[in-house]
Design a protein around this ligand. Structure first.
Ligand code: UD1
Length: 418
């Protein structure tokens, strides 16, 4: 297991191009088995979640090859509809496979999905929607077994705009009989990207990015080559790292509108933000001010996947901040680790009250989940002295070459084998 050794206090300066979005690429990989023809996804980041999803596809009998940064999936010989519990538990996105497996084989079986331990993360919305489309679902010995004679279009109302449920329904509905309407759909840019991908394959979907998505089932989908959108959460993480350390950083590949509320919050901190086309530039000089309040919400609200990183920035800013986490129940597990670095944060249920300190100090801390781990790295980069960040496997799930990118920007960070 590797660790980062970070000597904090260096300014970050330079330009980075964002990787393709983890949360776009994973559903696209799941969607790739909707056709027997070859699908190529360009610029796929070699992060652990992608490797795991590729492994799931191979288990089904698909051929998956990575070459020059692209992934090619040939599922002509795929016959298996069951995902082993070891792989399902490693990756929450394995749940998307239910929709695409049902589309392809009328059968699907997987264990309850894993992923970051940040809350209860039920999948009732996914399963209820599939039932409305004519799928029979049985839960036996930790497995979800799904079967149907045919998938039927349905009017589905989501009680909460779940990203995964919206994507799963798209995957199930794309070749279903008739029309499916999703009311109360999630509006994240990654859902628009999935719509664009599926439409390029021959699907008839409209409305992604709004509350209502309409899918007219088609008989066949075709192989394509596709370039996914860039990772707004990775981009936001580097912007917050620059905010914490001071300096000037430009991120290429992400439009400002995808990170609207983060950019507003960074301006509140005292950073200068400039956006042009798909470039975002941040300049951070002098002591930052705390945000009065950051409340996570479904898109276009403040993303829960940047909550921990923003809390790390506030921990060493002037004043007090109230952070409210509305999406996941236990997304403050990184706080005790931040406290080892001198942060003054009180957690009470969904709220975290941050009293900014003059400076954090180096400490040995452990990542407990992907974004919480990113928060610890940001805190260590801005802190005085040396920190060790352990348990990097969580970070490897979502950030490709985090230490290399930060080093390029001037950070003093080493990845060391322990
Ligand atoms: C996706 C993202 C994740 C992000 C999250 C919220 C991927 C691979 N992951 O996760 O990075 O943090 O969106 O933006 O895209 N819920 C239910 N029942 C369900 C489904 C969800 O109650 O059947 C609840 C969840 O417990 C949570 C909320 O809805 O409280 C949001 O979850 P959801 O949008 O589904 O998140 P994911 O798709 O798991």
């Amino acid at each position: 297991m590797d660790k980062f050794v970070i000597d904090g206090g260096r300014r970050l300066c330079g330009t980075l191009r964002a990787q393709s979005a983890k949360n776009a690429v994973l559903p696209l990989l799941a969607a790739s088995i909707l056709t027997e023809q070859r699908v190529t996804i360009d610029e796929v980041p070699m992060i652990a979640d992608v490797t795991c999803m590729a492994q799931i596809l191979r288990e089904l009998g698909a051929e998956v090859t990575f070459s020059e940064g692209n992934a090619t999936i040939d599922s002509a010989n795929a016959t298996e509809h069951r995902i082993s519990s070891a792989l399902t538990k490693e990756l929450r996105s394995s749940v998307f496979m239910l929709g695409s497996l049902l589309s392809r084989f009328r059968r699907a079986a997987c264990a309850y999905p894993g992923g970051c331990d940040i809350g209860l993360r039920p999948i009732d919305l996914h399963l209820n929607a599939l039932k409305r489309m004519g799928v029979e679902i049985e839960e036996r010995e930790g497995y979800i077994l799904c079967a149907c004679d045919r998938l039927k279009g349905a009017d589905i109302v989501l009680d909460f705009p779940s990203v995964g449920a919206t994507e799963n329904i798209l995957l199930a509905a794309v070749k279903a009989e008739g029309r499916t309407t999703i009311a109360g759909a999630a509006k994240e840019p990654e859902i628009v990207d999935l719509q664009n991908f599926l439409n390029a394959m021959g699907a008839k979907i409209a409305g992604a990015g709004t509350d209502t998505v309409e899918i007219e089932g088609v008989d066949r989908l075709f192989g394509i080559e596709y370039r996914p959108i860039k990772d707004r959460i990775e981009a936001g993480t580097y912007l917050l790292a620059c905010a914490a350390c001071g300096g000037e950083v430009e991120i290429e590949g992400v439009h400002g509108e995808c990170l609207g509320l983060l950019l507003h919050k960074l301006r509140e901190n005292g950073c200068k933000i400039h956006t042009k086309n798909d470039k975002i530039r941040i300049a951070s000089y002098g002591r930052l001010k705390c945000n009065r309040r950051i409340e996570t919400m479904p898109f276009p609200g403040f993303p829960t996947d940047l909550q921990a990183q923003a809390t790390a920035v506030n921990a060493a800013a002037e004043g007090c901040a109230l952070i409210v986490e509305n999406l996941f129940e236990t997304r403050y597990k990184y706080v005790p680790e931040l406290k080892k670095m001198g942060a003054d944060i009180e957690v009470n249920g969904r709220n975290a009250f941050v009293r900014g300190v003059a400076r954090l100090h180096g400490a040995t801390v452990s990542c407990g989940d992907l974004r919480g781990g990113a928060a610890l790295v940001i805190a260590a980069l801005g802190a005085e002295g040396v920190s060790e960040v352990l348990d990097l496997s969580h970070l490897d799930r979502g950030y490709f070459d985090l230490s290399g990118n930060l080093k390029k920007l001037g950070a003093e960070i080493k990845r060391v084998r322990v």
